[in-house]
Design a protein around this ligand. Structure first.
Ligand SMILES: [Mn+2]
Length: 234
């Protein structure tokens, strides 16, 4: 069966595995993670490392992973030469990422670089290969999986025509509608943004489903099984 989750934001591998176990996730199942594995929480680097090694999981890029990739220069060894290459553009990218809760991720990635530099290289390759969206079919329905929603939506516009920012940073309105023949599933915006009654719960409209249950702000991630639309919470 096919599951989706999103916005894990540095929860521990143990807590995440407990959520998967509670849903009966097992051999033959597949999980799409709709971005923002890292940042804010303490365990983003270890969680990303673990996810990147799971053959039955696919990460779709989130804005936090995109910020990490934009700052990959930080993993170069600091020498006089490349220190002078930290121009204001790079410093701005780094301060944007830090402002968005990168501190524990950076510390964790630095630990990995010091002990297993090849593992860090593999993690960066994994992120560079992560898609911005996927389309899947399950339970007789078609789904578009994307981190934040689709900004400037036009049903005639192919998905790979959108810019990364249009898929990574948008904040959909509750009245936004997308495709007639596919349900869009996204995270990025905690469901409580759409009203406190939705706090910590998956929000389903007739066009889209928001599955960010607010792990960034002290909540827990949730799982949605697409075959029967059953929701799982820790
Ligand atoms: Mn996000």
């Amino acid at each position: 069966m096919i599951y989706v989750t999103s916005d894990l934001h540095g929860c521990s591998v143990a807590d995440f595995r407990e959520l998967l176990d509670s849903a009966g996730f097992s051999d033959g199942d597949f999980l799409f993670i709709l971005g923002d594995v890292i940042d804010r929480g303490e365990h983003g680097a270890d969680l990303l490392r673990w996810i990147s090694q799971q053959p039955d999981m696919q990460l779709i890029l989130g804005n936090h992973e995109a910020m990490l990739l934009a700052c990959d220069f930080i993993f170069d060894d600091i020498t006089d030469e490349n220190l002078s290459r930290l121009d204001s553009k790079k410093l701005n990218l780094l301060s944007t990422w830090l402002y968005n809760g990168a501190q524990p991720t950076l510390a964790g990635l630095r630990r990995i670089k010091n002990t297993d530099p090849d593992i860090l290289e593999g993690m960066l390759d994994y992120l560079n290969d992560a898609p911005l969206f996927e389309t899947v079919e399950a339970g007789g329905r078609r789904f578009v999986l994307v981190h934040a929603g689709i900004e400037n939506f036009d049903p005639k516009r192919p998905l790979d025509d959108y810019t990364p920012d249009e898929l990574l940073w948008t904040r959909p309105d509750i009245t936004d509608r997308y495709y007639d023949n596919a349900t869009v599933i996204f995270g990025h915006t905690p469901t409580q943004y759409y009203g406190d009654a939705h706090r910590g719960k998956i929000l389903t409209t007739d066009s889209w489903i928001c599955i960010d249950t607010g792990a960034a702000g002290g909540g827990s991630p949730a799982l949605l099984r697409l075959d029967d639309m059953k929701e799982f919470y820790r």
